[in-house]
Design a protein around this ligand. Structure first.
Ligand SMILES: [Zn+2]
Length: 517
């Protein structure tokens, strides 16, 4: 059963509350509406900016208020234990969207709405791998595989070829052996390679080299098979792409070593369709038309509860929303900038929800309103603050650090200026919008469980998530009330060099997303 709303409507929810409810109903009915155009009112832009940002005590007060109550466990009861896996565009994802929407309304967020978007939906049926030749070994080996996402239905019989980690250099070194073969590639990248190589990049490289199949091999001991989407674009793969556990990889390589040539039969059968999912959005209206956004992807893979990835981040953003709504209710304060909460769907299939959100606003000019964003994807005990490629944020972040420290939270003094891609901050980063970060650490038990059958509630750090939420609430409230955040949106010609400095040029080029010289 969903949790019954227990939070009273906030004082300021008279008009906005009814509007939010009405729009929420419209959104449920499928209308692509958003209340933000009418919020917080036409005259808002004329409001006077605050003379100074929040002092340390005010920041500490927000963190302390968030820590007073902890709804992470009770929300985890529903989100993880009751709802479980949350796959975009399937019944499980739709139920999660509806529950989060109700929960935000129960917390008294004055605006809650759905943002529908189109995506290539996907669901797993079957996947099977068997050795055809040498025929005598066929029954001896136990091959365990799972399909990757955005793979349709295929059956191929082909030789396997070992591409190591499946990097560009390794695939190239194999020459024409890849043509017509099924490529084996370990998870990760070679020692000293300098960067991680995403599975989508490997599938693309193998496909371009003429492979007819792709098998990702786990490198961690044990039976886990990490899955994930095989393409980052909006198209299905052109070849069957699957994942296997470590023992399967070792068996296939042993056979290759012993027999020189190994012919396998790879069969996958999946459901795929152009369909619809929806981001769940909510906000605390500010006095200006600028926006600070905090988001987490609500969708997960189908194999487990999606507790680490990204139940943890979803629980954190819910907790931030609860804490800040309560702060506004208790103090009667209104932030200078609107604070928007986003629960993205479609992340696991290729950042669909956040891309859509950014694309429509980039097209109509509303993206300029975003003064900063924070993405919470895989959250545990908070360890530090940062801003991707933006050391100029240091003085502001130091004040936040001092505030949360005063509230009893312990973070590293060093700020992080690095940043990667492949999560929902990517569409914002690629438009030059400032991306803040709250770094956190997982329990050792959570290592390697993402995208596997082991991503369940028993490995997450619920008290850590609550503390990360308190840090995030303080950071967002401070950012929403800081007159000069000293982080300007990068101009189009500044974005490329900034991304290059973050070390993400190569993967973006390979994904066909690099638009700078
Ligand atoms: Zn994630």
């Amino acid at each position: 059963m969903p949790i019954v709303p227990e939070a009273p409507r906030p004082r300021w929810a008279g008009r906005a509350g009814r509007l939010g409810l009405a729009l929420g109903l419209l959104a449920v009915a499928g209308a692509a509406c958003a209340p933000e155009e009418g919020t917080p009112g036409e005259s808002a832009t004329t409001a006077e900016a605050p003379a100074a940002g929040l002092d340390v005590e005010a920041i500490a007060a927000v963190a302390a208020r968030s820590l007073e109550v902890d709804h992470v466990p009770v929300n985890a009861d529903t989100l993880l234990d009751h709802l479980g896996a949350r796959v975009s565009a399937l019944a499980s994802g739709d139920s999660a969207q509806a529950w989060v929407q109700r929960r935000l309304e129960a917390y008294g967020l004055p605006e809650v709405w759905l943002e529908p978007f189109r995506l290539l939906g996907w669901d797993r049926n079957e996947a099977e791998l068997s050795v055809v030749r040498p025929a005598e070994v066929g029954s001896e080996v136990d091959l365990r595989i799972l399909s990757l996402g955005h793979v349709g239905s295929y059956e191929v019989e082909a030789p396997i070829v070992d591409a190591g980690y499946g990097t560009a250099e390794e695939v190239e070194a194999l020459g024409d052996q890849v043509e017509g073969a099924i490529v084996l590639a370990d998870v990760g990248s070679p020692e000293g390679y300098g960067r991680g190589v995403h599975r989508t990049e490997k599938v693309t490289l193998a496909t371009r080299a003429g492979a007819v199949g792709f098998i990702q091999l786990n490198t961690a001991e044990g039976p886990l098979i990490p899955v994930g989407v095989a393409t980052l674009g909006d198209e299905p793969t052109q070849i069957p792409a699957v994942a296997a556990d470590r023992a399967t990889g070792e068996a296939l390589r042993r056979l290759l070593g012993e027999h020189g040539e190994v012919l396998v039969d790879l069969r996958v059968d999946n459901w795929m369709e152009r369909t619809e999912a929806a981001n769940v959005l909510a906000e605390i209206p500010g006095r200006s038309d600028e926006v600070i956004l905090v988001g987490a992807h609500l969708d997960s893979w189908d194999l487990a509860q999606g507790a680490v990835d990204n139940g943890s981040g979803s629980l954190a953003v819910l907790e931030v929303a609860r804490g800040l709504a309560e702060h506004v209710r208790e103090t009667g304060e209104t932030p200078w900038r609107t604070i928007r909460f986003a629960f993205w769907m479609g992340e696991e299939l290729g950042l669909y929800g956040s891309r859509y959100h950014v694309d429509v606003r980039q097209a109509d000019g509303r993206l300029d309103r975003y003064a900063a964003t924070l993405n919470l994807d895989v959250v545990g005990e908070p360890t530090g603050l940062g801003a991707m490629g933006r050391p100029e944020a240091q003085p502001f972040l130091e004040r936040v650090l001092e505030g949360v420290t005063q509230a009893g939270l312990v973070l590293e003094p060093e700020m992080g200026w690095g940043g990667g891609i492949y999560s929902d901050h990517q569409p914002f980063l690629m438009q030059g919008i400032p991306v803040l970060s709250v770094r956190s650490r997982q329990r050792p038990e959570a290592s390697g469980v993402s995208h596997t059958t082991a991503d369940n509630r028993d490995v997450i750090d619920e008290p850590g998530i609550a503390r990360a939420a308190a840090v995030s609430a303080a950071l967002l409230w401070a950012a929403a009330n800081e007159p000069e955040l000293s982080m300007e949106r990068w101009a189009e010609d500044e974005i490329g060099p900034a991304l290059e400095a973050l070390g993400v040029r190569d993967p973006l080029e390979r994904a066909g997303e690099w638009r700078w010289p």
